[in-house]
Structures are given as structure tokens and as C-alpha cells.
Design a protein around this ligand. Structure first.
Ligand code: FRU
Length: 717
């Protein structure tokens, strides 16, 4: 079907079923193409074609169907314009549509024109600041116009607040659409462990509560599927076995089957196919279902590595922040277990850290068992810092004295706590987002994790920008090859400072250092309490898995170090040695001198998941490319530039020596180079069927190319 044109073929489309009460409908426009087709476009507000969702500077647009919609925010509220359909014959009793945006009569509206006259009009819901960019269903009874030729025009003639209009899914229908259902409830008996909720990615979000009597046990937003779901989101009912619970939903489409379709189950996830999905990262952790962002509470406790993470269990986009939880014996093979922290009256569970408290300073320990203590942000209004603890690493109890740090600034969040040996107390690095946008890391101290006093602040952006913004980490490391140590203060974008910490204040000797050269990395954190004293980091791998029931992932675990360079002391990243456990087959490379036309030293190597380790000498004008499954890693010596997939970064090699470690997974490539001084994580989807690899020289000569190519196995057993 040609989507943007007046299309008089009959559609039984699922999406439109939501708009039409019953029977057949005719699509007028769904706005899924790149252009408006035969519609006439005037002015600039509507752009060159349908928007793919939210436009820059706009609040999140939701409630449209498919990928595209009419969104006259192109050029912001100031822009104006008009979109007019080709003529069509009114041959049904109703015209249905989705509409959102400004609510200004005659200014931000959709009109039905017959003989050039406006015979019906509709506006969006918003005329005051705030409001919502969600599209809502609307309809016109056009039974008196049947047989007439008509056009639709979508008008943006407003330039102030809410000076735009959003429209999608215009259709002719036989019958009036059912009105949406509001405040709907269903009683269930929790006689099975899991409640499975049908999710349709991109559907309009509903608010859901699980209640007993007046108590709200769980609450969240979810894109409920009115009919066929994309996937099922499980909710753990284990704590309320046998009880009668009420499910409440704020709003559902008139003919939605979502509430009936919610079902009880003994299984949370399908056994078949889990971790074998086509875009499931195989070397990197990702959640079974839903969205992840930051790693949280990285800690070694009771013989296990714990990876908590910002998790939306009920959708593939950010929201409903929980602490998801996975455990590992080796940092490589992870087992996801039940959610650790749920949103509560103090707010959603934002990022934070975890420590083991061996001396039981917190008093949460019991019978000589030291507690695991999590320090997290409850991001309600106001946002505060709170504690939860566990004795077994599986059951988590929130401290009843929460919050332990009252609100300092509106944006304060992401506490990272360490035990400071010399002053024998806990130190917290806390991001405080000041109202004037100055990014600051506040240091606080506590004898017992419960009572905190402010120590000093590190100003992040005396000269503007995003330095020291969100998710601080703070730790001490030895400087390789010396007896010196330094403190490192880092933030979400990877930038860091190196300096000294006397137990009260951090004094940087170098600031705003670049922590990574990639695109797919954010909000990294290092582990607490590692028994071997290593400083191991995991970051949020910003690599999407489009179309999957999960989204994003975690970087490879990597060991940090400090080295002295000509420019000063710098951080290094090295993939942890435990990753060697994934090697399945190895092919030696070289040593070989390569020029244009040399035989491919990687000929015959085939793998889906790859680790490459290469070293060579590059002469002044060399251009050399390692390509794995269609993903190039290319070094241009004249330009001093490394390009990973399509991402180019400045890359001076030292003494003409190029060293590369490349890990390729299904959604990303991570490159480590120059003894770990350069780390480049990039999101990429390798060519599906490609399995080969090559090493080739375009220009100049590469001397002594040598190394190994490893075919890796999946970390999911
Ligand atoms: C960083 C961040 C944190 C916050 C969390 C919420 O990605 O914005 O500052 O705690 O995500 O999910």
C-alpha cells in the first residue's frame, strides 16, 4: 500500500482496528513513507515528509502508529504551514484519526473540506505550557456527507506555545469508534508466580497499578498490546502468593483486549529461543526483556560478581526505573535473576552503587554476616539518596530510615560510595546538578552509611560543557611502573580528572581528560570489593537491538590502569583476561609485511563473534584496514586517524607501532589500542551472513603484522 496517498484499498490493518469499532475501514493516510506523496505541502512546519516520531527539541511524541506521523514541529513552534490531501469520496459514516499537539481553533487543526468549505474540524488537546505530546483518537460523524468529494487539510498557523499539530492514521469507517475505556480493573488471584503482560512496542502507554485494597503494590507505564503482542513482560507476584489482587489500568482503547489478555504463568520467559534472538549480543550482557541503561551497584559479594542495572522491565525504551540484577562467577557468563529494587513512594530507582560492609558499620549485618549495602537515588520529587541491603545477594530490603541524604539540588543523583582506608570512613561522590547548569560532584563522608556529612565539592564545568555530568566514580589506582598512586574522578561521558585526595578534598592535577573515543558508551562504573584488587569497569553499551524485545546492553568488563605518558598520567582500558574463556578457535596472523595486493593474512578465518589481536609497524603514509564481517577498522597514518565502522577518531601512533584489540559482537564493535590508552566502543550491526575477515593495505607498507584471530563462543550457555 502506498502509505501517504489517499489509498482506497480496503485495509483490515491491526492498527486501524483500534480506531474503527468494527468491520472494514479505508485508509486515507498512515504517513509511513519518506514523503507526503500526493498531499500538497505548504510552508515549512511539516518538513519534507512525515516525521519519524519526536523532532529535535520536542517533548516525547507518543500514541502514533507505526514509524511515521504528521508532526508540524519541524522548525519548532514558530514554523507554519499547511498539508492538503488529494480529493476522496466520503463513502463511510465516520472519519477516524489520531490527533495531538496544539489545541488552537483554526490555528492548529485538521479540517474536512467539502466544496472548499470547512465542514468538520478538530484540534489537539494543548493550550497551556506542560501538557502532553501523546496523540489521542478522534472521529467525525460524516454520515450526512456520504457521496461527497472531500479533502483533508492539516493546518499549522500558530507560532507561539503549542504552535504545532500532530496527526496520524486517518481512515473512513463504517461505525463510530468505541470510546476509550478509563479506570478499568480486573481481579486476579496470585496462584502462579508470574503475571504476563502483553506489550506492543510503540503503542500508547497506559498506567498500570497492582493493588490489594487501597495499597498500591506495583505501578508502572506500559505499552499494552490491544491485540497481538510483540512480547510478554513478566511481573513477579511471588510476594503475594494466593492473594486476590486488583489490576488497574488508567486508559485503554475502546476495543482493547489487553486487560483480558494479561495472564498468570509459572514461567517468566519463554525457554525456547531466549538469548538466541537474532540481535542478542553474545559477548555482552543484555537484559532478557526490556531496556537497560547504566550499570549500578557493581560489587563482588559472597563469591559472586553482581551487576545491577537501570532496567525498564516493561518496555524497550527508558522508563519505570528498577534495579535489574545479574550475577556471574567470572565476569563473562551472567545469569539474570529477579529484579532487585522496584520504584516506591520515594520515586523510581535511579543509579547508584553497592559496597560490602565487612565491619558492619551500618548495622545491617546479622549473625556475623556482612551486609551488601546499595546506595541509590530515589528519583521522586525531591530526589534523595537511599539505602537497601542484603545478606544473601538475592533478597533486598530497603532501609526504613530512607532517605539518608536529603535533597541537595533538584538533579542530585548517582551516589558512588567507597571505603576510604586512611580516614576509616565511607566517602560518597554524588552528582549535584545545580540550577544554573553547573555540574558538580559533591563529596560526602559517613561512619556508617546511614549518616552523611558534606565534605567538599569538585566543580566540573567552570568553562561550560558537560564535564562531570552524572554518574561519578571515584577511586585510587597505582601508576604502572612507579610507586606512585593517583585518584581518578570520572563521570558519565567518560571524562575524568587525575589528582590527589586527602580524605576531605580532591585536588585535580589534570582535568577533562577524554575517557573513550567511541559512540556507544556511557555511565560506566567500577566494581567494589574485588578480591584481587583490580579496578574493573563496565559501562552502558549504547547499542540498540532494533525490533527485539530487549534493548541496549553492557560493555565488556575491562581492567583500568594508570600510566605515565608524555602528556601526563592517563587511564588505560584492557578487556579482562577472563574473556579468554570465550575463545573457541584461533588462527595465527603473520608475521608478515603487507603492501597493496598482498595475500590476506586472515584468509580462511570465519566466525560470527570475533576477537582480533594485531600489532604492526606502520610507515608514514600507510593506510591499513582490518575488516571483520563487513565492519572496517581502518588506520590512516598520514591523517593519524582510526576509523571504526563509520566513526573516525584522531589516533597518533607511538614510535610507528600500531596495536589493536577488536571485539565484534552482533550489535557493536569495541576496539582497544595503544596499550589501552584508546578505547573505542561503537554500535554497529555487522552484515548478517558475512563471516570472513581480511587484512589489507591500500597504501604504503606495514611491517611485521602479527597476532591472532579468535572465533569466540556465545557467553550464553
Ligand atoms: C545516566 C542517568 C543517571 C540516572 C539514570 C536514570 O544515564 O541519567 O544520571 O540516575 O540514568 O536512569
Amino acid at each position: 500500500m502506498r502509505a501517504n496517498q489517499v489509498d482506497m484499498t480496503v485495509a483490515f490493518g491491526l492498527a486501524l482496528a483500534a480506531l474503527c469499532a468494527q468491520g472494514m475501514e479505508k485508509v486515507i493516510a498512515q504517513f509511513e513513507g519518506d514523503t507526503y506523496g500526493e498531499w500538497t505541502v505548504g510552508g515549512t512546519a511539516f518538513g519534507a515528509g512525515p516525521a519519524k516520531g519526536t523532532l529535535p527539541g520536542q517533548m516525547q511524541v507518543s500514541g502514533f502508529v507505526g514509524k511515521g506521523l504528521v508532526n508540524s514541529f519541524a522548525g519548532g513552534d514558530r514554523a507554519t504551514g499547511k498539508l492538503t490531501s488529494p480529493p476522496f469520496t466520503v463513502d463511510r459514516n465516520f472519519i477516524t484519526f489520531l490527533i495531538g499537539g496544539g489545541g488552537w481553533k483554526e490555528k492548529t487543526c485538521m479540517n474536512l473540506l467539502v466544496d472548499g468549505q470547512v465542514v468538520r474540524t478538530a484540534v489537539g488537546p494543548n493550550v497551556v505550557p506542560g501538557g502532553s505530546e501523546a496523540l489521542e483518537p478522534g472521529s467525525w460523524d460524516v454520515s450526512d456527507l456520504v457521496g461527497k468529494k472531500a479533502r483533508i487539510e492539516i493546518v499549522d498557523d500558530a507560532t507561539g506555545g503549542w504552535g504545532h499539530i500532530n496527526v496520524d492514521q486517518i481512515a473512513l469507517c463504517d461505525a463510530a469508534p468505541l470510546p476509550p475505556k478509563r479506570d478499568v480493573t480486573r481481579e486476579i488471584t496470585a496462584d502462579k508466580r508470574w503475571l504476563l503482560m502483553p506489550v506492543k512496542n510503540g503503542a500508547k502507554k497506559s498506567k498500570v497499578e497492582v493493588r490489594t485494597g487501597a495499597d498500591v503494590l506495583r505501578f508502572f507505564d506500559i505499552e499494552l498490546a490491544d491485540a497481538e503482542p510483540d512480547w510478554w513482560a513478566p511481573l513477579d507476584l511471588g510476594a503475594w502468593r494466593g492473594k486476590t489482587l486488583t489490576l488497574w489500568v488508567n486508559r485503554l482503547a475502546g476495543d482493547s483486549k489487553a486487560l483480558e489478555n494479561i495472564r498468570l504463568s509459572d514461567e517468566n520467559f519463554p525457554k525456547e529461543g531466549l538469548y538466541r534472538e537474532p540481535l542478542r549480543p553474545q559477548l555482552h550482557f543484555s537484559p532478557r526483556r526490556g531496556w537497560n541503561n547504566d550499570p549500578n551497584g557493581l560489587v563482588f559479594f559472597n563469591g559472586e560478581y553482581h551487576l545491577f542495572f537501570q532496567h525498564n522491565p516493561y518496555g524497550v525504551n527508558w522508563g519505570n526505573m528498577h534495579w535489574g540484577h545479574a550475577v556471574s562467577k567470572d565476569l563473562v557468563h551472567w545469569q539474570e535473576v529477579d529484579e532487585a529494587l522496584y520504584p516506591d513512594a520515594l520515586g523510581p530507582m535511579f543509579s547508584g552503587s553497592a559496597v560490602v560492609d565487612p565491619a558492619n558499620t551500618s548495622g545491617f549485618g546479622k549473625d556475623g554476616k556482612p551486609p551488601l549495602v546499595m546506595i541509590y537515588t530515589a528519583a521522586g520529587n525531591p530526589a534523595t539518596q537511599c539505602l537497601a541491603y542484603s545478606l544473601d545477594g538475592r533478597i533486598f530490603t530497603k532501609y526504613d530510615g530512607n532517605p539518608v541524604v536529603k535533597n541537595i539540588t533538584g538533579g542530585n543523583r548517582d551516589p558512588k560510595v567507597i571505603w576510604h582506608v586512611p580516614s576509616r570512613r565511607w566517602i560518597m561522590a554524588l552528582y549535584v546538578g545545580r540550577g544554573d547548569k553547573r555540574h558538580t560532584v559533591q563529596l560526602l563522608a559517613s561512619p556508617n552509611l546511614r549518616e552523611w556529612a558534606e565534605l567538599s565539592a569538585v566543580e566540573g564545568d567552570r568553562d561550560g560543557g558537560h564535564y562531570l555530568y552524572e554518574c561519578p566514580d571515584f577511586f585510587e589506582l597505582p601508576v604502572a611502573g612507579t610507586s606512585e598512586k593517583r585518584w581518578v574522578l570520572s563521570a558519565a561521558n567518560g571524562q575524568y580528572a587525575v589528582g590527589a585526595f586527602d580524605g576531605t578534598a580532591f585536588k585535580p592535577e589534570a582535568e577533562r581528560l577524554r575517557g573513550h573515543w567511541g559512540t556507544a558508551y556511557y555511565a560506566a562504573q567500577t566494581f567494589s570489593d574485588l578480591p584481587d584488587g583490580r579496578r574493573v569497569l563496565i559501562g552502558w553499551l549504547q547499542a540498540p537491538s532494533p525490533g527485539m524485545p530487549f534493548n541496549q546492553g553492557m560493555t565488556l568488563p575491562q581492567e583500568l590502569g594508570l600510566v605515565k605518558t608524555a602528556e601526563g598520567i592517563r587511564l588505560t582500558h584492557a578487556p579482562v583476561k577472563e574473556l579468554e574463556a570465550l575463545r573457541e578457535r584461533t588462527q595465527k596472523v603473520g608475521p608478515a609485511d603487507l603492501t597493496a595486493g598482498s595475500a590476506n593474512p586472515l584468509a580462511g578465518f570465519e566466525a560470527e563473534l570475533v576477537e582480533l589481536r594485531l600489532a604492526c609497524d606502520v610507515l608514514a603514509d600507510v593506510v591499513v584496514t582490518a575488516e571483520v564481517r563487513g565492519v572496517p577498522v581502518r588506520y590512516d597514518a598520514a591523517k593519524q586517524e582510526l576509523t571504526v565502522a563509520k566513526h573516525a577518531v584522531p589516533w597518533p601512533v607511538k614510535d610507528g607501532k600500531l596495536g589493536l584489540i577488536v571485539y565484534l559482537d552482533r550489535t557493536c564493535v569495541e576496539v582497544f589500542s595503544q596499550d589501552g590508552l584508546f578505547y573505542v566502543p561503537v554500535a554497529v550491526l555487522p552484515e548478517g551472513a558475512a563471516r570472513g575477515a581480511s587484512l589489507s593495505v591500500e597504501k604504503g607498507t606495514v611491517l611485521g603484522m602479527s597476532g591472532e584471530a579468535h572465533a569466540l563462543r556465545s557467553c550464553w550457555r
